[in-house]
Design a protein around this ligand. Structure first.
Ligand code: PA5
Length: 447
């Protein structure tokens, strides 16, 4: 199998050699801390083994459920938020035809719910669910997160009205904790099919567990290739002693060296719109893992060349606190060439016969140099092509790098204490029992 590779040659010139050396030493010293499970948050390291620990029996169950659901549903509604849905959406979008829903395609499509609290979004979704046969995968590790719980309550009611209680239950798969949470209790009570999110795997590191595997299999994605890719990256990163060719060590070293130089924002860039949600997944992984104790690189995202016509100006000439990491896909899956035009009215005949991907590649290389010249260091992640095996490699690479990078920042990369603050205020404002006093105080502040 070909490999995802990292190219840091356009970032290195920005970093003093001795500083880079010190950081490299620090990252190297943290690598065994991660692997020997002696670092912060070490009870959440189950993801390290995920691609290897998915058993044939689990895959068989998933495949059987996928076949059943595909035979009686036109849509699968994935209900979840944050790590419980972003990985699925990232892989789905990266591997799907963006216009399949307009092509009279009979294959099952995925719809998403419970990742926002927009009334209009969910009302509009219900209009679709009125008309088509569908099933639901409700994903929540805690089983108590408000957004998916609200969506599931509505969609569950809709399912029961449409199919009756017993048939509705057969259309629901709950993916949740082994024993805790409201969703688990409901799944047992009502007889939903359910899958377990391992205790030691946190939401944003869970895409290779049933959280991602179940909906992706239902959508027809090859789990074997995805897991094989992740496994090959795991073997590569766990090869001890970790040498200079370890891409996760290189990535963690470069981004933390740049951070200490005041480059506090990392923009993850893709030249393909179908990677938009992959970047959203990466933003969540790094943002929730590193942004704490008033520290952390701010993870931003951009889609080029589209955003070169909006954010390009800022990146080229704005405040110099940015570095860029480009997801560079080497081979497209389809072929499309620029036609010749007799009168050459648009002056584009110099491109005639060339593939669109070649123009995209020249845009990428030209932008890379322009941004480097403008003071924006560049890291390039080279991806042979957009296939499940390379997405599997990328996922494991970023998860491992994120853990290592979080340790370099001396934070716990596996918790997210900061996300509780908005929830407390929301519950207080909604009048949740137990929040009466807080509710009064907040209302006074909002007057
Ligand atoms: O990474 C995380 O832990 C979070 O983003 C969670 O995935 C998210 O908050 C959803 O939580 P839950 O799966 O408990 O509903």
């Amino acid at each position: 199998m070909k490999n995802v590779e990292i190219d840091i040659s356009q970032a290195i010139p920005f970093i003093e050699e001795s500083r880079f050396g010190e950081m490299k030493e620090k990252v190297h010293s943290l690598y065994p801390v991660l692997l020997s499970r002696k670092g912060k948050g070490n009870d959440f390291l189950g993801w390290l083994n995920l691609p290897a620990s998915v058993s044939p029996a689990l895959l068989k169950d998933i495949r059987e459920d996928a076949e059943r659901i595909r035979s009686d549903s036109q849509f699968l509604v994935v209900i979840g938020i944050g790590g419980s849905y972003l990985g699925t959406r990232a892989i789905m979008d990266a591997l799907s035809d963006p216009f399949s829903y307009l092509k009279n395609n009979k294959s099952l499509q995925i719809l998403y719910a419970g990742h926002n609290l927009s009334e209009d979004y969910h009302a509009s979704l219900m209009d679709v669910l009125d008309k088509y046969d569908y099933s639901v995968a409700v994903v929540s590790k805690s089983g108590t997160t408000t957004e998916p719980a609200v969506a599931f309550r509505m969609i569950h009611e809709h399912l029961v009205k449409k199919y009756g209680k017993k048939n509705a239950a057969e259309r629901i798969i709950a993916i949740t904790d082994a024993s805790k949470g409201a969703l688990k209790s409901q799944a047992i009570r009502e007889g939903f099919r359910s899958y377990i999110i391992p205790d030691d795997v946190g939401g944003r590191y869970s895409v290779l567990s049933p959280v991602g595997l179940v909906p992706l299999a239902i959508a027809g994605i090859s789990l074997e290739n995805l897991l094989e890719g992740a496994l090959s990256m795991r073997e590569r990163l766990l090869r001890v002693p970790a040498g200079d060719d370890n891409p996760a060590i290189q990535y963690a070293t470069v981004r933390n060296s740049l951070y200490r130089l005041g480059k506090t924002t990392e923009i993850m860039v893709s030249y393909r719109p179908d990677m938009y949600y992959f970047i959203e997944w990466w933003k969540q992984l790094f943002g929730e893992s590193e942004g704490k104790e008033h520290k952390g690189i701010f993870p931003a995202g951009a889609g080029f060349t589209t955003d070169l016509h909006s954010m390009g100006q800022y990146i080229q000439e704005g405040l110099r606190m940015i570095f860029e990491t480009v997801l560079s896909v080497e081979e497209p899956n389809r072929e499309l060439r620029i036609p010749v035009e007799d009168n050459n009215a648009d002056g584009l005949n110099f491109m005639a016969g060339k593939r669109i991907s070649e123009i995209n590649r020249m845009a990428e290389l030209g932008t890379l140099l322009a941004h480097v010249d403008g003071g924006v260091p560049n890291i390039r992640i080279r991806i042979p092509s957009q296939k499940p095996e390379f997405l599997g490699q990328l996922i494991y690479f970023f998860e491992f790098s994120c853990a290592l990078s979080g340790y370099t920042l001396e934070v716990n990369p596996f918790n997210q204490p900061g996300v509780e603050a908005y929830k407390k205020n929301m519950f207080a404002l909604m009048g949740k029992p137990g929040y009466e006093k807080a509710g009064e105080e907040i209302r006074n502040r909002l007057r």
